[in-house]
Design a protein around this ligand. Structure first.
Ligand code: SF4
Length: 374
């Protein structure tokens, strides 16, 4: 195995450090005319992430190739857009996953052990595993549960929940493909959590940053905030539809909790800040600066280091307890309300149904259990 192609490997990190001790060195090194190809390939690597194309690893014939990844990280952090960092994490994870999948089991075990300091042991070859209980024979490795838990909770499928796994004195048996998934997932986390102390960029690097920055709007357009005309108001849950109508009419002052719930809901469905402000300025007791402060406070709540996605609207139970749920108040009815726990789930489900012209709602009962609120 050529570990150099895996940026998270000890070998790649040591080689990078040998060529450039810090980011200032890196900028200087890749700006030398003979090393210009590194910036070009790093720029292509970021573009591949941005356009959701496949990242191709350099050949690693030359150890300088190891700096293509570091330079691509430098470019992304210099652009400073969390969404681009997230795209980079996804693209790098996919590339690592694909490459790791081709590695032989022992090299894979060795790479994961040394790169992430994970305790992983082989369960033996097929012949040796033949003496194990039947359900254990498909597991090539076992990993310490604390290492398993570094990544597994981020993966949604039920088999990644520790409660659904065999656990033998702190060891979790895993398949080869699962170890690949854990390793690439760990790499994803490393990129998402990475923050760099940025040095001044060379002209060549600054030009790459500028070019990619200019490319971004066309690829991230779908993530821009929506205007009211883009929002499917017919997919609003009854509670939000009612609060929205009251707020829009400007005839009464909504209680603080109702305003918070509505603002958080509108922000989470990605409505543009100015549109939300315009709506709240309809209130009889409007104070522009207070409204701006409150809307910004609600929308800037960080849900992770990267994402300022804002507060989640209160759950149905809380809305019900405030007597703001028109279904619970028996003013209206919607079958979906019997199954969801938060207005956002209502919106995403109904939005999907409307986009697919699904008018028969009987599938709720097949898929979900009724909640106990009603
Ligand atoms: S059940 Fe939940 S989503 Fe439906 S109206 Fe009541 S609070 Fe809103």
């Amino acid at each position: 195995m050529n570990q150099l192609k895996y940026p998270f490997s000890t070998e790649a990190r040591e080689t990078s450090l040998k060529l450039a001790r810090d980011l200032g060195d890196l900028v200087e090194f890749v700006s030398r005319p003979s090393n210009e190809y590194i910036v070009r390939e790093a720029e292509e690597r970021v573009l591949a992430a941005l356009t959701k194309s496949e990242i191709r690893y350099p050949s690693m014939q030359d150890e300088r190739d190891v700096l293509v990844y570091s330079t691509s990280r430098l470019i992304v952090e210099s652009i400073g857009n969390p969404r681009l960092r997230a795209l980079q994490a996804v693209a790098e994870e996919k590339a690592a996953n694909k490459a790791l999948d081709k590695e032989d089991p022992e090299s894979l075990r060795e790479l994961c052990s040394t790169s992430f300091r994970w305790s992983i042991e082989s369960m033996g070859d097929v012949g040796e595993r033949a003496s194990l209980p039947l359900q254990m024979r498909t597991y090539e490795f076992k990993i310490r549960f604390e290492n398993f838990l570094e990544v597994a909770p981020m993966i949604r499928a039920p088999e990644w929940n520790l409660i659904n796994r065999f656990l033998d004195r702190g060891w979790v048996p895993i398949r080869r493909s699962e170890l690949v998934r854990l390793a690439s997932g760990k790499f994803h986390q490393i990129i998402k959590a990475g923050r760099l102390d940025l040095p001044p960029l060379s002209e060549r690097l600054a030009a790459a940053v500028e070019r990619l920055g200019a490319e971004m709007p066309s690829h991230l357009r779908q993530l821009e905030p929506l205007k009211f005309e883009d929002v499917e108001q017919s997919a609003f849950p009854p509670c939000m539809a009612l609060l929205y109508a009251k707020q829009k009419s400007g005839e009464e002052n909504l209680p603080h909790f109702a305003r918070f719930a509505l603002a958080a809901f509108l922000n989470r469905i990605n409505l543009d800040r100015d549109e939300i402000l315009k709506l709240f300025e309809q209130a009889p007791d409007r104070h522009k600066r207070v409204i701006e402060y409150q809307v910004d406070h609600i929308s800037r709540k960080r849900t992770s280091d990267d994402d300022e996605t804002g507060y989640v609207p209160p759950n149905c139970s809380k809305i019900i307890s405030q007597r703001l749920c028109p279904v619970d108040n028996q003013e209206t009815f919607d079958p979906l309300c019997e199954y969801i726990l938060n207005p956002l789930s209502f919106y995403s489900t109904r939005y999907w149904e409307e986009s697919k012209n699904v008018t028969n709602h009987s599938w709720y009962a097949n898929k979900w259990e009724k909640k106990q609120t009603f």
